[in-house]
Every structure is written in C-alpha cells, then in structure tokens.
Design a protein around this ligand. Structure first.
Ligand code: PLP
Length: 392
C-alpha cells in the first residue's frame, strides 16, 4: 500500500505519549479517594504489576529514573571517593547520579549495539586495574571501583552474558539503566525469558513523557534481593524508621512516586504490549523502506532478544547523500522531528577531566546516527511520510 502524504504538513513529533486506556479513570479515582501524594493504593499496585511484568521479586516506585539510579548506586554500596564504570554514549542521567553519590565516573566505549562494549570493559579491568582483597582498584587513580552502570540504549539489550561474566570475575555490582528498555527481554541463551533490568543486581526504569510508558515523570527500581529493595524503600522515604516518632538512621531522600503518577502508570502498563507492537510494526516498515536506500542503515537490535523498539536509530554512512545534520534539517523542513544521539558524556563540561578508556566507536555513532519519529501513536501514513523524506 502506498500513501501520498506529501501534501500533509502536520508536524510529526519524535516521541510523544499515547493515552488510549484507563488513564483518566484511574487518575480521577485517585483524586476522588483523596490519595494524591507519596502513599496510596495505586503506588502499591503499580509496583506489584511492574515487578510481575518483568519478573522481579519486588519494585520501588521513584520520582523519576534519575532518582532511581541514584538510589540504586547507594543501595549497592557506592561510597564517596570510589569510581563507577559508565558508558559515554548515553543520556547524562545515567552518569550524574554517580556524582550525587560522591563518586567519579570512568567512561567506557560502546559496540555496534550502541551499548557498553564488553571486550573493552574486560580489557580495562584486566589491564588497568587489580583485585585487592576482593575489591577492584583502578591502578591510575588508586580508587576502588565497586559498581558498573549498563545502559540498554534505545531499547536494545547490552551483551549481558559477557558483562555479567566480567562483573563476576572482577567483583563489580551491576546496575542496569533499563530506563529505555521496559519490555525488552532475552528470547534465547543463558538469560532466556529475562527482562532488561532483572539480570544485574538492580535495574531502573523511567516513565518520563518520552519513554515507552509514562507517568508524566516517574521511575522504578527493581531487584531480586530483598535487602536491596528494603533499603531502597527506606532511603526514598526520607529513611524514616518509625512513622510515629519519626526516627531516622541515615540521610534519606524524598524520592517516592505519588499515587497520581502511579494511577497514570498502571493504566499505561495495561497497554505496554500494544505499544511494543506498534513500535515493532513501524520499525519493520522503516527497515523495509531504508534497506532500499544507498548508504543509509536502520540499526538492528541484538539477536536473541525481543526489543521494545523504543527509539529507531538511522546510521548515515559516507555513501548516503546527506550528512547527519543535513538529514536532520531536511526532515525539519518537511515538518518531521529528528535528532542526533546525545553528546558523549565524557566530553560534557562537568566530566571533561574524568578517565575515558578508549572511547572511539562512540564518536563514530555520535557523528552519524539520527533518531526518527517513533511514537506509540505513529500511523503507517506518518511513517510513510518520514520514509519518503529519507530518499535523496
Ligand atoms: C530517560 C533516561 C534516564 C532518566 O530518566 P528520568 O525519568 O528522565 O529521570 C536515565 N538514563 C537514560 C539512558 C534515559 O534515557
């Protein structure tokens, strides 16, 4: 079927949410029942539903993904003066919490999945570090590296089989930034059936407005360790040990999700599989169209996973008739929103002095990748309009 959408000048946004289910009903219930703040039945229900969906022992609902990641670092024992291994090709919210915890990031490169390269990770651990009393120590700085943050970029899955092996060998805790990957899981291999976020020690999801489901702003920490879950719940509710006398045994945070947000999230979660279907259908459509365009590639996901296909990444090679920025401005002139991948984090002002280990591949992806419209409400007609504009 061919659509002639060129006379249609409506703007096609990059990524906007869809509210097609019980959102209004649940939010209205929350207001009618008077539970709007950080306690209420929807928070408990949303936590249980997310934990059940991804197959985690439990979940702690947070204000956003960033606060969830900060909490994850703290409950995994990251202390001031230590270092944490992070990717450079990521949204900066995966890295900032390392500084909130008083630690320093050490940046790693990505592989063709856009996620952390396990080969360079292993080389860094074996050549640049030593194990000392069960602790990994960075030779150059003398600092302890306790933890690793893996980001499942654009809903693809990092190579968790390799990464978990390396983490085991070098005594690293693994935090999965699965903020973009709710709904992504392994369909084969050692982790068959395991969801992104449930393989490492702690996983974090985000429900920001541009993620696959949204609570306006929100996040969720998951783990299979009841100690981690209990500590995360404690820290995110001001570390209040006693609700009558208000005793506090450590510095906590006001990081819990509100009942209003959770009401929205519960309704969104009911449509998650439908959203994944739309994203997958549109991915397959773009793939078919892009495969006929010289020099342009729609980056595929790892074999052996079911991806949520959150974001679509086009790679503009030198054989393509446009540069990254040329393509973005061409799409903009046709009313289509597109954007380059995030600026590499190790080059951002707050992190320029930090260690970055052989970050090379990420530079190439940074210079050549374009994200194109991927909303859960994107119609075939709109996808066709986008694809038509990719042809030079
Ligand atoms: C969205 C996102 C976050 C942060 O989530 P918020 O809910 O916006 O705080 C962290 N890391 C990555 C990779 C993200 O895409």
């Amino acid at each position: 079927m061919e659509f002639n959408g060129t006379d249609n000048n409506e703007v096609i946004p990059l990524s906007v949410p869809s509210f097609i289910g019980n959102e209004l009903e649940y939010v209205t219930n929350a207001i009618n029942e008077g539970w709007v703040s950080t306690a209420g039945p929807y928070v408990d229900m949303f936590e249980k539903e997310i934990a059940g969906y991804v197959g985690a022992a439990g979940a702690v609902a947070c204000q956003n993904g960033t606060s969830g990641l900060h909490t994850a670092l703290l409950v995994n024992g990251v202390k001031p003066g230590q270092e944490v291994i992070v990717p450079s090709l990521t949204f900066i919210a995966a890295v900032n919490p390392v500084r909130y915890a008083g630690a320093e990031p050490v940046f790693m490169d990505c592989d063709s999945s856009l996620c952390m390269d396990p080969v360079k990770l292993e080389r860094f651990c074996s050549e640049e570090c030593r194990l000392d009393n069960g602790c990994l120590v960075h030779l150059e700085t003398g600092k302890i590296i306790r933890c690793l943050v893996v980001v499942h970029v654009f809903g693809n899955m990092a190579d968790m089989e390799s990464i978990m092996g390396i983490a085991g060998e070098y005594h690293l805790k693994v935090i999965e930034d699965a903020t973009e990957a709710l709904g992504t899981y392994y369909t084969s291999g050692r982790y068959k059936g395991k969801h992104a976020g449930t393989i490492g020690d702690t996983g974090v999801y985000s429900f920001n407005g541009n993620k696959i489901i949204t609570t306006g702003g929100g996040g969720m920490l998951v783990s299979s360790d009841s100690g981690i879950l209990g500590h995360a719940r404690h820290l995110t509710t001001q570390a209040k040990s006693d609700t009558l006398y208000y005793t506090h045994d450590e510095v906590g945070y006001n990081y819990r999700m509100t009942n209003l947000q959770a009401a929205l999230g519960l309704a969104q979660l009911e449509n998650l599989e439908q959203f994944v279907r739309v994203k997958t259908d549109n991915f397959n459509y773009y793939m078919k169209r892009v495969s006929c365009i010289e020099g342009l590639e729609l980056m595929d996901v790892r074999q052996g996973i079911r991806s949520n296909h959150w974001f679509y990444a086009l790679y503009c090679s030198s054989k393509y008739g446009r540069t990254r920025d040329g393509l973005i401005s061409h799409l903009k002139s046709r009313g289509i929103q597109a954007r380059p991948v995030w600026g590499l984090v190790h080059k951002q002002k707050p992190y320029q002095g930090c260690r970055a280990y052989m970050v090379e591949e990420a530079e190439g992806y940074w210079g050549n990748v374009v994200n194109i419209p991927c909303s859960t409400g994107l119609t075939l007609q709109q996808a066709c309009r986008v694809a038509d504009c990719l042809v030079c």
